[in-house]
Design a protein around this ligand. Sequence first.
Ligand code: INI
Length: 154
Amino acid sequence: MPRYLEGDHNAEGLRFGIVVSRFNDFVTSKLLSGALETLKEQGAYEDNIEVIRVPGAFEIPQAVKKICSTRDFDAIICLGAVIKGGTPHFEYISAETSRGINQVGLEFNIPVLFGVLTTNDLEQALARSGPDTSNKGRESAMAAIEMASLYKKI
Ligand code: INI
């Protein structure tokens, strides 16, 4: 019989960093609420959660890299909203943000979750930051708990 390893969704005792960008704050603040509510619902202690704010999505990987060497989180949740405009700017920001977030997690062996919306318009961003389970902050928080508990087993 193979032995299956998987994480669970019990956040009790786990430490979380949330790096959230201020750009498009009317969306990112809702992602943050969704992530915080989910962590608490799943048993995380408020004292074990730290929220780090950065100006825009582009700065998220930079802050994550810094806190990976100064803090001891079980998982880091990245929240941001990159919304397409009329110029290629969107392409640069979204590509570098996702690449950087992935890289830093691999480099430091810490689960780093991608809760950054990259949408064609505001409507799509609002649809993914509402109060229900489609909120990307909620989804990322659940994935963060699962990965943090999995990392403790492997
Ligand atoms: N930052 C975002 O988080 N979302 C965006 O949609 C966005 N757009 O469209 O420009 C954005 N730009 C700012 C960027 O992340 C940096 O903060 C800025 O370039 C300074 O480095």
